[in-house]
Write a protein that binds this ligand. Structure first.
Ligand SMILES: N[C@@H](CCC(=O)N[C@@H](CS)C(=O)NCC(=O)O)C(=O)O
Length: 263
């Protein structure tokens, strides 16, 4: 039996749940929600499963695997039917190039936007001791350093302009690619679409959709994926306990983000 360590709104977890649901695989859920900075203890041995202490982690017959993109490929290798990797080597390479963008900056940019807009307010409302403990235990140094800069800077963080530019470029590139065909890697719905669509939902949760209203191919792609039953089960049904805060702080930040986006 597969066990997934995850929490509702984590984009990295959403993509793994999407693949699990597309493949109709049974799985057990263990919630590890550290993101509001107030979790007292991680499950026993969590750092053995993932030295970074992040979600998702998947466990199959005792072996734990971290890193969402590695987990997607692992699930394809271990449980290949139905497959979400295209058949041709060229299309597979295209799929992997799209996925690579996530670790090449998109995920860090998403964290920056999240902290500048919302998380800093969530952390402010917690006791200083809890947040100190949260950061003292954070194992990913880049994440810790960036978070400190983003909490201090908020909408004026020096990291925010590049993070917003990363999303503008990503969304425009997705739109341009989809003008040539239905899916990112070619003719079939693949791990590339599954891995990246979660960021459209994340940016939308900050009420930013007017910024890419003109990107018709991207919007059509997002609608087509959101209508899939697996998406409802994997993403919508888990919800987002911070949805209200995202809407509220996102609306307040809109003029600044629109300025950085260049609209
Ligand atoms: N590269 C990792 C990134 C994992 C990651 O950033 N996880 C976030 C949620 S999307 C997390 O665990 N956050 C917990 C926290 O912020 O305390 C992956 O793709 O799995």
């Amino acid at each position: 039996m597969l066990t997934l360590y995850h929490y509702d709104r984590s984009t990295a977890a959403q993509r793994v749940r999407l693949l699990l649901e597309e493949k109709q695989l049974p799985w057990e859920s263990v919630i590890v929600d550290t993101a509001r900075g107030d979790v007292e203890e991680l499950p026993e041995d969590y750092h053995r499963l993932n030295p970074k202490g992040l979600v998702p982690v998947i466990v199959n017959d005792g072996a734990g695997i971290a890193e969402s993109l590695v987990i997607l490929e692992y699930l394809e290798d271990a449980l290949p039917e139905p497959s979400f990797r295209p058949l041709s080597p060229e299309a597979r390479a295209r799929m992997r190039l799209w996925m690579r963008k996530i670790d090449d900056g998109v995920h860090v940019a998403s964290r920056t936007i999240g902290v500048c807009l919302v998380n800093r307010h969530i952390y402010e409302a917690k006791s200083a001791g809890k947040i100190e403990k949260y950061y003292a235990e954070m194992r990913d140094e880049v994440r810790r350093t960036n978070d400190q800069i983003n909490i201090a800077g908020g909408l004026d963080s020096p990291l925010l302009p590049d993070a917003v530019a990363t999303f503008r470029r990503l969304f425009e590139e997705i739109d341009k690619t989809l003008a040539q065909g239905a899916w990112l890697a070619g003719e079939t719905y693949s791990l590339a679409d599954i891995a990246l669509v979660v960021y459209v939902r994340r940016m939308e949760s900050f009420m930013m959709a007017p910024l890419w209203r003109h990107l018709g191919h991207l919007n059509d792609w997002y609608t087509r994926i959101a209508e899939r039953p697996a998406y409802r089960r994997a993403v919508e049904s888990w919800g987002d306990v911070t949805a209200e805060q995202r809407r509220e702080h996102g609306k307040a930040a809109f003029p600044r983000i629109a300025e950085l986006w260049g609209n």
